[in-house]
Design a protein around this ligand. Structure first.
Ligand SMILES: *Cc1c(COP(=O)(O)O)cnc(C)c1O
Length: 374
């Protein structure tokens, strides 16, 4: 039987031909495809300004700059994310202030945010884990009342909605990733959705060396921008992907439903929240009942691999990494994030999967648990 990876991008032949055209065109870095992709994304996000970047991490870094986050500031975030989320805060010279996650959503616990706000808090940086949006009503209510900027780490939530509105079509600064594993991809890439013209101009400069092109053909530089522009090769992939966004999301939803239907209820695994309305089903993550098993998570992953199934770990709690323990964080600080981070397993979920693949994964999980009970 074929090896089933935990994710795989779906790139159609039209996109492959389009990329070949870009390669033959003589202009392969930022150019017409980048402009087209930004226009298409802006339209998707209800007309808001969008700047594409070479990564979601770059979009987050620029968002922190645009929001004026400086050394000495604090930024409130979740301990349960890809480590990019906290790294960008450190790289801005600010302190990541972690707030534990909610057991049901696995996202930052909104009820605990206000207790973490100090005089130094500048921004909130929530993450939509697995494409399940953080409650935007409660989030922006806190931000408005406390005068804080919001940088949405929506890296995983392209195509997700909140109350019928697309993530990215409202709110403050929204950073999205087009990494190869995300719901739509440019291989590597991302974008920042903004709300304000002056901030969009600042974002444009921060993206590429701070350069402003003058009407007389000259250039001016007032800030030291970075190097975060996207290539036309990548943008052309993005244009081909965007057409399929809704179909991809629908297929992911169908596969997620099948997981819920077929999953062995007696396995002891904890399934994700079944939010078919808002979630884009970026990942399907179960919490393993390791306390009942003779194997650890590494052994579980190996047993799945032996059955021809790839799985992932997204993510260990970040405050337990050496870098963050040096800031004073310790085991026990965020019990929900630690429990989820140490037992979570990402099962295969991607648009090109068959229904039968879901059944095969469910059967394999049940078998590994049955064979390894204490
Ligand atoms: C993927 C991801 C990022 C970073 O995006 P890149 O495009 O890989 O730089 C940041 N935060 C979260 C939650 C992600 O999943």
């Amino acid at each position: 039987m074929d090896y089933l990876p935990f994710t795989r991008p779906s790139i159609d032949e039209e996109t492959i031909a389009g990329v070949a055209d870009v390669l033959r065109s003589g202009w392969i870095t930022s150019g017409p495809c980048v402009n087209q992709l930004e226009q298409a994304l802006s339209q998707y996000f209800g007309g808001r300004p969008v700047r594409v970047m070479s990564s979601g991490t770059g979009a987050l870094e620029i968002a922190l700059s645009v929001a004026g986050v400086q050394p000495g500031d604090e930024v409130i975030t979740t301990p349960l994310s890809w480590v990019a989320t906290a790294n960008v805060i450190l790289r801005a010279g600010a302190r990541p202030v972690f707030v534990d996650v909610d057991a049901a959503t696995r996202n930052i616990d909104l009820a605990r945010i206000e207790a973490a706000i100090t005089g130094n808090t500048r921004a909130l940086l929530p993450v939509d884990m697995a494409g399940l949006p953080v409650d935007r009503d409660r989030l922006y209510d806190i931000a408005r009342r406390r005068g804080l900027r919001v940088i949405e780490d929506a890296a995983q939530s392209m195509g997700a909605t909140w109350g019928g509105r697309r993530i990215g079509s409202f709110g403050d600064l929204v950073a999205i990733s087009f990494h190869a594993n995300k719901n739509i991809t440019t291989a590597e890439g991302g974008c920042l959705v903004l709300a304000d013209a002056a901030e969009t101009d600042l974002c444009t400069r921060l993206r590429l060396q701070g350069v402003v092109r003058l009407p007389d053909g000259g250039q001016e530089v007032e800030i030291a921008g970075g190097k975060h522009n996207l290539t036309d090769i990548a943008a052309r992939i993005g244009l081909g992907q965007l057409k399929h966004l809704e179909a991809f999301a629908a297929r992911r939803r169908t596969l997620a439903r099948r997981y819920f239907e077929r999953f062995d209820a007696d396995s002891g695994c904890v399934l994700p929240l079944a939010d078919y309305a808002n979630c884009n089903w970026h990942m399907f993550q179960v919490l393993l009942p390791l306390e009942r098993l003779r194997i650890d998570r590494g052994g579980f992953i190996q047993a799945m691999h032996q059955r021809g199934i790839g799985v992932g770990v997204h993510y260990p709690a970040m405050h337990l990494f050496k870098l963050y323990r040096q800031l004073g964080y310790n085991p026990g600080d965020f019990p929900q994030a630690e429990r989820i981070g140490s037992t979570t397993l990402t099962l295969p979920l991607f648009p090109a999967m068959d229904d039968a693949d879901v059944d095969r994964v469910c059967a394999a999980v049940a078998e590994v648990i049955r064979d390894n009970k204490k």
